[in-house]
Design a protein around this ligand. Structure first.
Ligand code: MOS
Length: 746
């Protein structure tokens, strides 16, 4: 029998990703890596207009081409239902219209048909031979937003209009964040197979359980007849949270043809058919006393959405609780455009929202001639004034102070353009960050096996952030089994229903379920150890025993005196001691007692060469208060990645819609600019590591999205410090820095 080679085994500390070796050796199978005998390839045909209707589809030539098995469109794909309205975290789909539901075209690239053929090349060739005739109408992809309906009030207190009108010092600025397209390297894909009764769907999804529920509803089969598998993801950034129309096309084609069907969404389709972060336009008004106390805060945000779907970015997510002020109002409104349906993108709401709010705070500090950190300290709230509840744990002030120390903020000369180094002008900026921390309902199973290993499973998934690894670490920490002897199994609806991989909540959500499952499995072992006359601990009471470092021992004696759990199982001829656990959810809980959020402070340094108009982000210091950090290595990696994405948000990322055709035109990785290695600054990440036990016993709130919040505002503030130009519309362009002000796009 195998036993741990060292005692006690090493069970804590930073653990590199347990799935790393599989990934770097090519052993990890991603969705589009699955191939089955007889599998066919589906290629969608995309609309080449942004508004209008289909008047005719001629498939005759495509149908006669080599290898073509079918060309589907509205008349012949078969029934696809809509999913019922979402409730909580189930039945969620952002583009609710099933593919081919009607002949109306509402955005460029909308699927109008799909070819299924023996090879991918045959399907591509035939897709280009499908002739579609349209009645073309005038589309609207304008980026200037005017409210179309009465905005929704997200939060309100006091009398913000009156307080603003009479405030001694005022800021009234409008900020714009552009459409950003999720560009995970792994393309969206579905590999669907129908066995005459049930679907097996290999999907690029961050939420297998929701995916099953939506697909079962739309395909018109019972949920138990759908199995969704997503073992590895080449990331998603929120774009893979919910199903998209290609999923139904693949599944329906598979059912119609009785063969497995693979559909891979191409990079250019990713700019059209699988969501994006919507354009936002946000007006922030701040009123303050001459010494910098906020008396009024108004945040009115608009975002564009598609013609049929009401996707709200939620820009005011962090507005109501960030700062103390008696008078506040946050509103949001939607403006319809001929674009695909937007969706969540890393830090939805708070990330664009905090760009606006934190930029306005910097503008106010400048106007008041107060240090921007000092201004934030003056307005630190004692509780969440938006919902009138205490924070479970908030260390924002410490984030600012620790960050200032690490960054060297005390050396800052606030005068614009005054700081120089190596012939370059230096700019320093700071911004606050926050992100919602919640727990989602989750189930997990833990098995302690007679070979001395353990298995932990849940129908959640790992989008590359380290969920496999953190589960191995938690089980190891609680059982004393070394992490290399623990097998985490995820990404399959056959497992107990787990959390979505979204909101940075998976870890926090899984901890109570996994902890309970471990305790129950351990109890089974203790029961076996004390039951029967020849039991290892015969004549002992179960509660006299403890399970420590992989061994069962008398509580009053040291773990070394105990018996390895594997020996107890083997002696009883039992392969596995199994326990199930369940976490309750906190999201939307009307009886909540605390406001639960993560916080952070972002410090950015830019260098500016006015002679050549060269702007670089040279250095970022980030201090994160996200509760206990269970696995520091991937957690740090998450924050570093988020900072790099923040540099992209500030300087590069923007999806452009061509005014003439309504098409996203920079729809590839050459024209859609992302931060590269050469653009990445030096990044210094600090975790404060205060456990927040409101969410779970380990005190983890989870990390990921928090690292992106505030970065863009810190960078534009640094740019202002270096150049005197206040950029309110992202991304920052060289042209902005050559002229005093760039007007909001009309
Ligand atoms: Mo994240 S946008 O919740 O995947």
């Amino acid at each position: 029998m195998a036993t741990a080679s060292t005692f006690p085994p090493k069970t804590t500390g930073s653990l590199p990703r347990v799935d790393g070796p599989l990934k770097v050796t090519g052993g990890a199978k991603y969705t589009s890596d699955y191939n089955f005998p007889g599998m066919l390839y589906a290629v969608p045909v995309c609309a080449t207009i942004a508004k209008g209707s289909i008047t005719a589809i001629d498939t005759s030539r495509a149908e006669s081409m080599p290898g073509v098995k079918a060309v589907y469109h509205r008349q012949n794909i078969g029934k696809i239902y809509r999913a019922a309205p979402a409730s909580g975290f189930s039945s969620i789909i952002d583009e609710r219209r099933p593919p081919f539901e009607d002949d109306t075209i509402r955005y460029y690239g909308q699927y109008v048909a799909a070819v299924v053929a023996v090879t991918y090349e045959q399907a591509i060739a035939a897709a280009s031979a499908v002739k579609v005739r349209y009645n073309i109408e005038k589309h609207d992809v304008r980026s200037h937003l005017d409210p179309e309906e009465k905005p929704k009030v997200d939060s309100t207190r006091g009398n913000p209009d009156e307080a603003f009108a009479s405030a001694a010092v005022k800021i009234d600025s409008t900020y714009v964040t552009p459409v950003e397209t999720h560009n995970p390297i792994e393309l969206h894909a579905s590999v669907a197979s129908w066995d005459g009764q049930s679907f097996t769907l290999y999907e690029t999804t961050q939420a297998v359980v929701n995916h099953r529920s939506v697909m079962a509803q739309m395909l018109g089969v019972p949920e138990e007849n759908v199995r969704v598998i997503s073992r590895f993801l080449g990331s998603g950034f929120g774009g893979k949270l919910w199903p998209w129309p290609h999923c139904m096309i693949a599944a329906q084609a598979s059912r119609n043809l009785g063969r497995p069907v693979k559909l891979v969404v191409t990079r250019d389709m990713m700019f059209q058919n699988v969501g994006h972060r919507p354009l936002t336009q946000q007006r922030v008004r701040l009123g303050a006393t001459p010494d910098g106390k906020l008396v009024s805060l108004m945040h009115d945000s608009l975002n564009h959405t598609s013609i049929l779907d009401d996707y709200s970015e939620g820009c005011s997510e962090a507005t109501a609780y960030s700062y103390s002020t008696p008078n506040l109002r946050a509103t949001s409104g939607l403006v319809r455009r001929n674009v695909g349906t937007p969706t969540s993108m890393r830090g939805p709401g708070a990330v664009p929202g905090l760009f606006a709010l934190e930029s306005a705070m910097d503008e106010l500090a400048f106007k008041l001639n107060i240090d921007p950190i000092e201004l934030r300290l003056k307005n630190e709230p004692q509780k969440d004034e938006g919902i009138n509840l205490p924070f479970s744990s908030r260390h924002f002030v410490e984030c600012l102070k620790v960050g200032a120390e690490k960054f060297g903020w005390s050396q800052r000369n606030p005068k614009i353009g005054s700081m120089k180094r190596d012939g370059l002008t230096i700019g320093w900026g700071v911004a606050g960050a926050s992100w919602i921390a919640e727990r989602m309902e989750s189930e997990a199973t833990v098995e302690l096996l007679s070979d001395g290993t353990a298995r932990v499973s849940s129908a959640t998934q790992d989008i590359g952030t380290g969920t496999y690894t953190v589960l191995a670490l938690i089980v190891s920490e609680k059982t004393g089994i070394p992490t290399d002897r623990i097998e985490p199994i995820l990404g399959d609806t056959a497992l107990p229903a787990g959390a979505i991989s979204g909101g940075s909540w998976a870890t926090a959500s899984l901890i109570p379920a996994v902890t309970e499952a471990i305790e129950k499995a351990q109890k089974v072992v203790l029961g076996l150890a004390t039951t029967g006359s020849d039991a290892v601990f015969a004549n002992q009471k179960e509660d006299a025993l403890a399970f420590t470092a992989g061994r069962v021992h008398l509580k009053e004696k040291a773990p070394e005196t105990g018996v390895p759990f594997a020996e107890i199982l083997t002696k009883s001829n039992i392969r596995a001691a199994s326990g199930q656990g369940k976490s309750t959810g906190t999201f939307g809980d009307p009886n909540r007692k605390f406001s639960t959020h993560s916080f952070g402070a972002q410090f950015a340094e830019v260098t500016w060469e006015p002679e050549t108009a060269r702007l670089r982000v040279s250095r970022v210091v980030t201090v994160i208060d996200a509760g206990r950090i269970i696995n520091p290595k991937p957690a740090r990696n998450q924050i570093e990645g988020a900072v790099v994405m923040g540099v992209g948000m500030a300087l590069f990322e923007e999806t452009n819609y061509d005014a003439r055709f309504g098409a996203p035109i920079n729809n590839n990785l050459a024209d859609y600019m992302l931060t590269t290695n050469a653009d990445a600054p030096t990044i210094d990440v600090t975790f404060l590591d205060y456990p927040d036990t409101v969410l779970n016993s380990l005190g983890a709130r989870g990390v990921g999205e928090i690292g992106l919040a505030g970065i863009a505002a810190a960078i534009t503030s640094a740019v202002h410090h270096a150049t005197g130009v206040r950029v309110r519309e992202l991304p920052i362009r060289i042209e902005d820095l050559l002229q005093p002000v760039r007007q909001v796009t009309t």
